[in-house]
Design a protein around this ligand. Structure first.
Ligand SMILES: [Fe+2]
Length: 412
């Protein structure tokens, strides 16, 4: 599939008076225009970028009707994708990236790094390759105070995705840019009222089963996203943090015997949305299902990562349901409850987070009211694989001492 076109952003300035633009859009929003006005900060960002909201906002592409349509769209669009991860050609010491940064701060031992003093828009290709390597190693990298247009975010995503980003046919998007810039914005959802009423303090995540919202994006795809970039342009003053957990470190929490048990197994992963079934029109809505390795090897680091998430991993191939439920419950708990392998991020307006969707789960803390608006670009990666010769992160880095996962004597 050919790379999608990326438009160039107009020059930026720091201060814009958006009052006239806002008044004009408010008039349009009163008509049946499909325009929901975004927050002021977002409007200012869009005005700088020359994004026209007058024909409607957000943009919703048509939703596929049948589960077969979704499967076909995903597989035909991807073909036999050969993905070259930009991190594979990076200088291991990352001199171009680190040399230009004011500060590089690891946020925890196992996951998360913040880079200070760089604008993502200005990165050279060499720095982008090194950023990919850093994300591959640290699982997530943060940049505050970004002057980032959606166009530049899209272009960076296309680069990191080796020409391809996920265009999410059925979710809200930024209009007019060829697709692929999706919105994290509850107020702009078509099903907003339903979504809002389903969520409250006691049940923040809309799920039938007990859920803490932990998930990995788009795992039902044949080539799920790798590098995923969320830029939050509007955030509440307090609350709405996002948490990520490291799949490398979750894997290293397991005993050698447990690792051996799950290495090479395949999991069954379901989509977030449901669709009608052409072959069973009366059978109700169904998920798209996909089989992927439960432990995957990262093509840049060569390290193994646990690749399960409570929201979308529904079984293990070859195991009875009771067996697979028991194994998955243990793995989800290790992943979700080990606070020492997680990073919790407090957003400020204009912050970008780029994470590796191949080695993490994430969730939001729903302890906020007010507006939270962000744009997300998901770069497609390789077909997930397990290489039996690959090693864990702790083995590769020869991490010593208490981080080495030493076995403690059992007391029976
Ligand atoms: Fe997500």
């Amino acid at each position: 599939m050919a790379p999608i076109a990326v438009e160039t952003a107009p020059a930026q300035s720091s201060f814009e008076d958006i009052s006239a633009l806002k008044a004009q859009l408010q008039e349009i929003a009163k008509t049946d225009s499909g325009l929901i006005l975004p927050p002021d900060n977002t409007l200012r960002r869009y005005a700088r970028a020359g994004i026209d909201l007058s024909k409607g906002y957000p943009f919703f592409p048509p939703k596929p009707e049948f589960v077969q349509d979704v499967t076909k769209i995903r597989e035909e669009a991807r073909g036999d994708r050969t993905y070259v991860d930009p991190g594979t050609r990076a200088d291991k010491e990352k001199k171009a990236l680190f040399g230009a940064a004011k500060e590089v701060n690891d946020l925890t031992t196992h996951i998360g790094t913040e880079i200070v003093g760089l604008q993502l828009e200005d990165l050279t290709d060499q720095q982008k390759d090194e950023l990919a390597l850093l994300v591959a190693e640290r699982s997530i990298v943060f940049f505050r105070d970004q002057q980032l247009t959606p166009q530049a975010q899209q272009a960076l995503g296309v680069y990191l995705g080796d020409g391809e980003i996920e265009r999410h046919p059925q979710v809200a998007q930024v209009p007019g840019l060829g697709g692929g810039i999706t919105l994290i914005w509850a107020d702009g959802r078509k099903d907003n009222s339903a979504a809002r009423t389903q969520r409250n303090f006691r049940r923040p995540y809309p799920s039938e089963k007990l859920s803490f919202g932990w998930h990995t994006d788009l795992v039902h795809e044949p080539y799920p996203p790798g590098y995923t970039h969320l830029h939050q342009d509007t955030v509440p003053r307090v609350g709405g943090d996002t948490l990520w957990a490291s799949g490398y470190a979750a894997y290293d929490k397991l005993s050698p015997a447990f690792k051996k048990l799950i290495d090479g197994l395949n999991g069954v992963y379901k989509s977030a949305h449901q669709y009608k079934d052409e072959n069973d029109p009366e059978g109700g809505l169904k998920y798209v299902l996909r089989v992927h390795p439960l432990v995957r090897t990262h093509p840049v680091t060569g390290w193994k990562s646990l690749w399960v998430n409570r929201s979308h991993t529904v079984g293990i191939e070859g195991f009875d349901k009771a067996e697979s439920d028991a194994l998955l419950e243990y793995l989800h708990n290790i992943f979700e409850r080990s606070t020492d392998i997680q990073v919790r991020w407090k957003w400020t307006p204009g912050t970008s987070a780029i994470w590796d969707n191949r080695t993490t789960i994430h969730t939001v803390s729903f302890d906020y009211e007010g507006e939270r608006h962000g744009t997300r670009v998901s770069s497609l990666a390789e077909k997930p694989y397990y290489d039996p010769k690959s090693v864990s992160r702790a083995e590769a880095l020869q991490i010593d001492g208490f981080l080495n996962g030493q076995d403690l004597p059992h007391r029976y």
